[in-house]
Design a protein around this ligand. Structure first.
Ligand SMILES: NC(=O)c1ccc[n+]([C@@H]2O[C@H](COP(=O)([O-])OP(=O)(O)OC[C@H]3O[C@@H](n4cnc5c(N)ncnc54)[C@H](OP(=O)(O)O)[C@@H]3O)[C@@H](O)[C@H]2O)c1
Length: 277
Protein backbone atom coordinates (compact mmCIF):
# COMPACT_ATOMS: atom_id res chain seq x y z
CA UNK A 1 0.00 0.00 0.00
CA UNK A 2 0.96 3.67 -0.13
CA UNK A 3 1.56 5.62 3.06
CA UNK A 4 2.76 9.13 3.85
CA UNK A 5 5.71 8.61 6.18
CA UNK A 6 8.36 10.79 7.76
CA UNK A 7 11.85 9.62 8.73
CA UNK A 8 12.87 12.74 10.66
CA UNK A 9 11.03 15.51 12.48
CA UNK A 10 10.80 18.79 10.61
CA UNK A 11 8.79 20.96 8.23
CA UNK A 12 5.97 19.68 5.97
CA UNK A 13 8.58 18.62 3.37
CA UNK A 14 9.56 15.62 5.56
CA UNK A 15 6.23 13.95 4.62
CA UNK A 16 6.79 11.53 1.72
CA UNK A 17 4.53 9.10 -0.10
CA UNK A 18 6.16 5.66 0.11
CA UNK A 19 5.35 2.04 -0.72
CA UNK A 20 5.08 0.00 2.52
CA UNK A 21 3.72 -3.47 3.45
CA UNK A 22 -0.05 -3.70 4.09
CA UNK A 23 -0.97 -3.76 7.79
CA UNK A 24 -2.28 -7.07 9.15
CA UNK A 25 -5.26 -7.28 11.51
CA UNK A 26 -8.91 -8.18 11.95
CA UNK A 27 -10.56 -5.08 10.53
CA UNK A 28 -8.48 -4.16 7.51
CA UNK A 29 -10.10 -1.38 5.48
CA UNK A 30 -9.51 0.21 2.11
CA UNK A 31 -9.29 3.82 3.21
CA UNK A 32 -11.67 6.21 1.43
CA UNK A 33 -10.93 9.34 3.48
CA UNK A 34 -8.36 10.48 6.06
CA UNK A 35 -8.97 13.15 8.71
CA UNK A 36 -6.24 15.79 9.05
CA UNK A 37 -5.78 17.51 12.40
CA UNK A 38 -3.74 20.47 13.61
CA UNK A 39 -2.14 18.33 16.34
CA UNK A 40 -0.44 16.20 13.66
CA UNK A 41 1.61 19.22 12.54
CA UNK A 42 2.89 19.50 16.12
CA UNK A 43 3.97 15.84 16.19
CA UNK A 44 5.60 16.15 12.73
CA UNK A 45 7.66 19.13 13.99
CA UNK A 46 8.87 16.98 16.90
CA UNK A 47 7.11 19.17 19.49
CA UNK A 48 4.68 16.46 20.60
CA UNK A 49 6.75 15.22 23.54
CA UNK A 50 7.41 18.75 24.77
CA UNK A 51 3.77 19.88 24.60
CA UNK A 52 2.05 16.61 25.51
CA UNK A 53 4.60 14.80 27.74
CA UNK A 54 2.01 12.18 28.73
CA UNK A 55 1.64 11.12 25.08
CA UNK A 56 4.39 8.84 23.70
CA UNK A 57 5.84 10.28 20.52
CA UNK A 58 6.07 8.15 17.35
CA UNK A 59 9.08 5.98 16.60
CA UNK A 60 10.48 6.86 13.18
CA UNK A 61 9.76 6.29 10.39
CA UNK A 62 6.14 6.98 11.27
CA UNK A 63 2.74 7.44 9.67
CA UNK A 64 0.74 10.31 11.17
CA UNK A 65 -2.96 10.60 11.67
CA UNK A 66 -5.63 9.18 13.91
CA UNK A 67 -8.85 8.90 11.94
CA UNK A 68 -10.05 7.25 8.75
CA UNK A 69 -13.19 6.15 6.97
CA UNK A 70 -12.87 2.96 4.95
CA UNK A 71 -14.56 -0.13 3.58
CA UNK A 72 -13.95 -3.55 5.20
CA UNK A 73 -13.35 -6.80 3.25
CA UNK A 74 -17.05 -7.66 3.75
CA UNK A 75 -18.26 -4.28 2.47
CA UNK A 76 -19.03 -2.40 5.72
CA UNK A 77 -18.38 1.34 5.62
CA UNK A 78 -16.73 2.16 8.93
CA UNK A 79 -14.75 4.86 10.67
CA UNK A 80 -12.29 4.74 13.51
CA UNK A 81 -8.82 5.21 14.89
CA UNK A 82 -6.25 3.26 12.85
CA UNK A 83 -3.69 1.22 14.76
CA UNK A 84 -0.67 2.24 12.67
CA UNK A 85 -1.44 5.80 11.51
CA UNK A 86 -4.01 7.21 9.10
CA UNK A 87 -2.13 8.73 6.16
CA UNK A 88 -2.31 5.55 4.07
CA UNK A 89 -4.39 3.66 1.54
CA UNK A 90 -5.13 0.76 3.94
CA UNK A 91 -5.60 0.67 7.71
CA UNK A 92 -6.45 -1.68 10.56
CA UNK A 93 -9.17 -0.17 12.76
CA UNK A 94 -9.44 -1.80 16.17
CA UNK A 95 -12.94 -0.61 17.18
CA UNK A 96 -14.71 0.21 13.91
CA UNK A 97 -17.91 2.25 14.02
CA UNK A 98 -20.48 1.91 11.21
CA UNK A 99 -21.02 5.15 9.29
CA UNK A 100 -24.71 5.83 8.58
CA UNK A 101 -25.57 5.98 4.84
CA UNK A 102 -26.70 9.60 5.06
CA UNK A 103 -23.37 10.75 6.55
CA UNK A 104 -20.60 11.51 4.02
CA UNK A 105 -16.97 10.51 4.61
CA UNK A 106 -16.12 14.17 5.15
CA UNK A 107 -18.92 14.70 7.71
CA UNK A 108 -18.02 11.48 9.53
CA UNK A 109 -14.40 12.59 9.91
CA UNK A 110 -15.45 16.07 11.09
CA UNK A 111 -17.49 14.44 13.85
CA UNK A 112 -15.05 11.72 14.94
CA UNK A 113 -12.18 13.41 16.86
CA UNK A 114 -13.11 17.05 16.46
CA UNK A 115 -16.78 16.28 17.19
CA UNK A 116 -16.10 14.26 20.33
CA UNK A 117 -13.66 16.97 21.47
CA UNK A 118 -16.24 19.73 20.95
CA UNK A 119 -19.07 17.82 22.64
CA UNK A 120 -16.91 16.78 25.62
CA UNK A 121 -15.64 20.37 26.03
CA UNK A 122 -19.22 21.66 25.98
CA UNK A 123 -20.27 19.17 28.66
CA UNK A 124 -17.38 20.33 30.87
CA UNK A 125 -18.43 23.99 31.04
CA UNK A 126 -22.22 23.48 31.51
CA UNK A 127 -23.48 26.41 29.43
CA UNK A 128 -26.59 28.15 30.77
CA UNK A 129 -29.02 30.04 28.50
CA UNK A 130 -27.85 33.66 28.22
CA UNK A 131 -24.19 32.87 29.04
CA UNK A 132 -21.55 34.86 27.15
CA UNK A 133 -19.25 32.28 25.58
CA UNK A 134 -15.88 32.94 23.91
CA UNK A 135 -14.78 30.40 21.28
CA UNK A 136 -11.14 30.69 20.15
CA UNK A 137 -10.16 29.47 16.64
CA UNK A 138 -13.89 29.62 15.90
CA UNK A 139 -13.46 28.97 12.14
CA UNK A 140 -11.59 25.73 12.78
CA UNK A 141 -12.77 22.14 12.92
CA UNK A 142 -13.41 21.99 16.66
CA UNK A 143 -14.22 25.71 16.92
CA UNK A 144 -17.01 25.74 14.32
CA UNK A 145 -18.74 22.85 16.14
CA UNK A 146 -18.34 24.62 19.50
CA UNK A 147 -20.09 27.66 18.05
CA UNK A 148 -23.10 25.49 17.07
CA UNK A 149 -23.19 23.68 20.41
CA UNK A 150 -23.01 26.92 22.43
CA UNK A 151 -25.73 28.55 20.30
CA UNK A 152 -27.95 25.49 20.79
CA UNK A 153 -27.48 25.86 24.55
CA UNK A 154 -28.81 29.42 24.32
CA UNK A 155 -25.50 31.27 24.72
CA UNK A 156 -24.37 34.54 23.18
CA UNK A 157 -21.30 33.36 21.27
CA UNK A 158 -18.22 35.52 20.65
CA UNK A 159 -16.25 33.96 17.79
CA UNK A 160 -12.52 34.72 17.87
CA UNK A 161 -10.63 33.92 14.69
CA UNK A 162 -7.94 35.47 12.51
CA UNK A 163 -10.40 34.86 9.65
CA UNK A 164 -13.28 36.91 11.05
CA UNK A 165 -15.53 37.30 14.07
CA UNK A 166 -14.07 39.43 16.86
CA UNK A 167 -10.43 38.56 16.08
CA UNK A 168 -8.01 38.46 19.02
CA UNK A 169 -7.94 42.11 20.08
CA UNK A 170 -10.32 41.97 23.02
CA UNK A 171 -9.70 45.41 24.53
CA UNK A 172 -12.91 46.72 26.06
CA UNK A 173 -14.72 43.36 25.78
CA UNK A 174 -17.20 42.66 28.61
CA UNK A 175 -16.28 39.62 30.76
CA UNK A 176 -17.51 36.18 29.68
CA UNK A 177 -19.01 33.19 31.50
CA UNK A 178 -17.24 30.53 29.43
CA UNK A 179 -14.03 30.25 27.39
CA UNK A 180 -13.16 27.37 25.05
CA UNK A 181 -9.34 27.58 25.22
CA UNK A 182 -7.20 25.90 22.56
CA UNK A 183 -4.43 28.42 21.83
CA UNK A 184 -2.46 28.91 25.06
CA UNK A 185 0.31 31.52 25.40
CA UNK A 186 -0.66 35.19 25.52
CA UNK A 187 -4.10 34.60 23.94
CA UNK A 188 -5.02 31.97 26.53
CA UNK A 189 -3.84 34.22 29.33
CA UNK A 190 -5.97 37.14 28.10
CA UNK A 191 -8.96 34.83 27.71
CA UNK A 192 -8.50 33.64 31.32
CA UNK A 193 -8.51 37.24 32.56
CA UNK A 194 -11.76 37.85 30.62
CA UNK A 195 -13.61 35.23 32.71
CA UNK A 196 -16.23 36.68 35.05
CA UNK A 197 -14.91 36.54 38.62
CA UNK A 198 -16.70 34.01 40.79
CA UNK A 199 -18.61 32.22 38.02
CA UNK A 200 -16.37 31.82 34.93
CA UNK A 201 -15.51 28.39 33.44
CA UNK A 202 -12.70 27.61 31.02
CA UNK A 203 -12.02 24.28 29.33
CA UNK A 204 -8.48 23.75 27.98
CA UNK A 205 -7.95 21.31 25.10
CA UNK A 206 -5.07 22.59 22.96
CA UNK A 207 -2.00 24.84 22.62
CA UNK A 208 -2.06 25.97 18.98
CA UNK A 209 0.36 28.83 19.81
CA UNK A 210 2.97 26.25 20.87
CA UNK A 211 2.91 27.56 24.46
CA UNK A 212 0.77 25.90 27.12
CA UNK A 213 -1.71 28.05 29.03
CA UNK A 214 0.24 29.69 31.88
CA UNK A 215 -2.26 30.05 34.71
CA UNK A 216 -1.44 29.19 38.33
CA UNK A 217 -3.58 27.85 41.15
CA UNK A 218 -3.18 31.29 42.73
CA UNK A 219 -4.67 32.95 39.60
CA UNK A 220 -7.63 30.55 39.77
CA UNK A 221 -8.06 31.22 43.52
CA UNK A 222 -7.90 35.02 42.98
CA UNK A 223 -10.61 34.98 40.29
CA UNK A 224 -12.79 32.23 41.78
CA UNK A 225 -13.17 30.51 38.40
CA UNK A 226 -12.98 26.91 37.18
CA UNK A 227 -10.32 25.72 34.70
CA UNK A 228 -10.92 22.23 33.37
CA UNK A 229 -9.42 19.65 31.05
CA UNK A 230 -11.38 17.60 28.57
CA UNK A 231 -13.61 14.90 30.13
CA UNK A 232 -13.44 11.46 28.50
CA UNK A 233 -17.21 11.01 28.42
CA UNK A 234 -18.27 11.28 24.79
CA UNK A 235 -18.49 8.65 22.05
CA UNK A 236 -18.51 9.17 18.27
CA UNK A 237 -21.88 7.35 18.11
CA UNK A 238 -23.34 9.96 20.46
CA UNK A 239 -21.95 12.81 18.33
CA UNK A 240 -23.26 11.25 15.09
CA UNK A 241 -26.76 11.33 16.59
CA UNK A 242 -26.69 15.02 17.46
CA UNK A 243 -27.48 16.49 14.04
CA UNK A 244 -24.45 18.81 14.01
CA UNK A 245 -23.60 20.43 10.67
CA UNK A 246 -19.79 20.50 10.46
CA UNK A 247 -17.98 22.99 8.27
CA UNK A 248 -16.33 20.94 5.51
CA UNK A 249 -12.92 22.36 4.59
CA UNK A 250 -10.53 21.53 1.75
CA UNK A 251 -9.93 18.05 0.35
CA UNK A 252 -6.35 16.99 -0.52
CA UNK A 253 -4.78 14.03 -2.30
CA UNK A 254 -2.38 11.76 -0.40
CA UNK A 255 0.58 13.45 -2.11
CA UNK A 256 -0.77 16.88 -1.08
CA UNK A 257 -0.90 16.29 2.69
CA UNK A 258 2.26 18.38 3.17
CA UNK A 259 0.34 21.25 1.58
CA UNK A 260 -2.51 20.72 4.06
CA UNK A 261 0.01 20.87 6.91
CA UNK A 262 1.38 24.17 5.51
CA UNK A 263 -2.14 25.60 5.40
CA UNK A 264 -2.89 24.47 8.98
CA UNK A 265 0.32 26.05 10.25
CA UNK A 266 -0.33 29.25 8.28
CA UNK A 267 -3.83 29.43 9.87
CA UNK A 268 -5.51 29.74 6.48
CA UNK A 269 -7.88 26.76 6.84
CA UNK A 270 -11.55 26.61 7.76
CA UNK A 271 -13.47 23.62 9.10
CA UNK A 272 -12.45 20.00 8.68
CA UNK A 273 -9.62 19.09 6.28
CA UNK A 274 -9.45 15.60 4.79
CA UNK A 275 -7.31 13.70 2.30
CA UNK A 276 -8.48 11.13 -0.25
CA UNK A 277 -6.05 8.29 -1.01
N1 LIG B 1 -8.71 17.66 16.21
C1 LIG B 1 -8.95 17.13 17.38
O1 LIG B 1 -9.57 16.08 17.46
C2 LIG B 1 -8.48 17.78 18.63
C3 LIG B 1 -8.58 17.09 19.80
C4 LIG B 1 -8.15 17.70 20.95
C5 LIG B 1 -7.65 18.98 20.92
N2 LIG B 1 -7.51 19.63 19.75
C6 LIG B 1 -6.95 20.96 19.74
O2 LIG B 1 -8.01 21.88 19.46
C7 LIG B 1 -7.50 22.96 18.69
C8 LIG B 1 -8.29 23.05 17.41
O3 LIG B 1 -8.04 21.86 16.67
P1 LIG B 1 -8.60 21.66 15.20
O4 LIG B 1 -8.20 20.32 14.78
O5 LIG B 1 -10.04 22.03 15.15
O6 LIG B 1 -7.74 22.72 14.37
P2 LIG B 1 -8.21 24.02 13.64
O7 LIG B 1 -8.97 24.88 14.60
O8 LIG B 1 -8.93 23.63 12.40
O9 LIG B 1 -6.81 24.70 13.30
C9 LIG B 1 -6.05 25.34 14.29
C10 LIG B 1 -6.48 26.82 14.44
O10 LIG B 1 -5.85 27.35 15.58
C11 LIG B 1 -5.76 28.74 15.45
N3 LIG B 1 -4.44 29.23 15.88
C12 LIG B 1 -4.25 30.14 16.83
N4 LIG B 1 -2.94 30.37 17.00
C13 LIG B 1 -2.28 29.59 16.12
C14 LIG B 1 -0.92 29.41 15.79
N5 LIG B 1 0.04 30.08 16.45
N6 LIG B 1 -0.60 28.55 14.79
C15 LIG B 1 -1.57 27.87 14.15
N7 LIG B 1 -2.89 28.00 14.42
C16 LIG B 1 -3.24 28.86 15.40
C17 LIG B 1 -5.98 29.06 13.96
O11 LIG B 1 -7.26 29.66 13.86
P3 LIG B 1 -7.35 31.27 13.74
O12 LIG B 1 -6.36 31.65 12.69
O13 LIG B 1 -8.75 31.51 13.38
O14 LIG B 1 -6.96 31.75 15.10
C18 LIG B 1 -5.99 27.70 13.30
O15 LIG B 1 -6.81 27.69 12.16
C19 LIG B 1 -6.01 22.69 18.48
O16 LIG B 1 -5.28 23.38 19.47
C20 LIG B 1 -5.90 21.19 18.68
O17 LIG B 1 -4.60 20.79 19.06
C21 LIG B 1 -7.95 19.06 18.62
Amino acid sequence: MKAVRFHEFGGPEVLRVEEVPDPVGDTLVDVTAIGLNYGETVIRRGKGRELFPWYPGPSLPAVLGSEVVGVTQDGRRVMGVPRDGAYATKAVIENPIDVPDDVSDHEALALLLQGTTAVAATKAVRIQPGDRVLVEAASGGVGSLLVQLAQRAGATVLQASSKGGIGYDWDGLEPVDVVFESIGGAVGRRAFELLKDGVGRMVVFGYASGEPLDVTASDIFRKGVAVMGLPQNTTPEEVLGMGLKPVLGDVYRLDEIAEAHRALEARTTKGKLIARP
